[in-house]
Design a binder for this molecule. Structure first.
Ligand code: MN
Ligand code: MN
Length: 295
């Protein structure tokens, strides 16, 4: 990897790390428990530190595994025993840091410790050429030793410039035939749960991504396409648009764009048996000595 690119990955990682510490303080010290305000503060911090959000901050609680970010009027407030998964994406010139951690005001319990141990053990064994199924094996063994299940249909992924899910996926079970290549960036992100170990789509999406530009008539839909283009293929939040649109027209335009295949909706993901879910994630650049950018 070129030195200039590596520096951008590292800068994105440093910002993401600092923002995660800020989020932890806000939650654990109970300085900001309103999820809408928390999301706005976290994203403002990313900008303040010189990065840009690579995706809307995900704040997914308990059985919600991923893809939740607040909208105006959601009014969710974090409670003492909630498992609060904060998933932060930062990019510098398109080079992404993707990191997540699970917080609980009442304190870390076995489920959270399990998620952190899964990630720790996975990062320990990374080298150029490692098969993804080896990572899945280590991760699932840790979950088993804690008496929990991994979420089998959520995976880590490759990262490329302005591409959040590039190339291979990294399962949390011993399967798949991909390998991690030297000089490439990957997000390693095990999830564990007290439930059955899988997630399903809900019927609500609050995060979207432009996949195919098509002609549309509705002015609001056109405007959304223009805004979406400015994110260069990275996901954006409905919340980011709420400031500029009439709420009813925004809803109609988003639905239309999803139905036309212009926008990809990231449906909010829920554990199938409503088990609690914990997640831990870091971004790593694979080398003889791997560079974990988000620590
Ligand atoms: Mn993430
Ligand atoms: Mn990720």
């Amino acid at each position: 990897m070129e030195k200039e690119i590596l520096e951008k990955y590292k800068k994105a990682g440093e910002i993401a790390k600092e923002v995660m510490e800020y989020a932890e303080k806000l939650i654990i010290k109970q300085l900001c428990l309103n999820v809408f305000e928390l999301a706005e503060k976290i994203e403002a911090k990313i900008l303040e530190l010189g990065g840009k959000p690579a995706f809307p901050v995900n704040i997914s609680i308990n059985e919600i595994a991923a893809h939740y970010t607040p909208c105006k009027g959601d009014n969710i407030v974090i409670k003492e025993n909630d498992y609060v998964k904060v998933d932060i994406g930062v990019h510098v010139d398109g080079y992404i840091a993707d990191t997540a951690k699970t917080f609980r005001i009442a304190g870390k319990d076995e489920l959270i410790k399990c998620s952190e141990e899964m990630l720790k053990q996975a990062l320990k064994i990374i080298y150029p050429g490692i098969e993804v199924k080896e990572i899945g094996r280590v991760v699932s063994e840790v979950a088993e030793s804690y008496g929990f299940r991994v979420v089998t249909n959520l995976t880590g992924h490759g990262l490329e410039r302005y591409n959040l899910h590039a190339g291979i996926t990294i399962p949390n079970i011993p399967s798949g035939s991909g390998i991690l290549e030297k000089g490439k960036a990957y997000a390693i992100e095990p999830f564990c749960t007290t439930g059955q170990g899988a997630v399903k789509d809900s019927n609500r999406a609050v995060i979207f991504m432009l996949i195919s530009e098509k002609p549309v008539r509705m002015p609001e839909a056109r405007k959304i396409i223009e805004i979406a283009k400015s994110y260069k293929g990275l996901p954006f939040a409905k919340r980011w648009l709420e400031k500029e649109f009439n709420p009813i027209k925004l809803e109609i335009a988003l639905n239309q764009l999803v139905n036309l295949g212009v926008l990809h909706p990231f449906y909010i993901l829920k554990e199938v048996s409503n088990g609690n879910v914990a997640q831990a994630e870091h971004t790593v650049i694979v080398d003889e000595k791997p560079i974990i950018t988000t620590t």
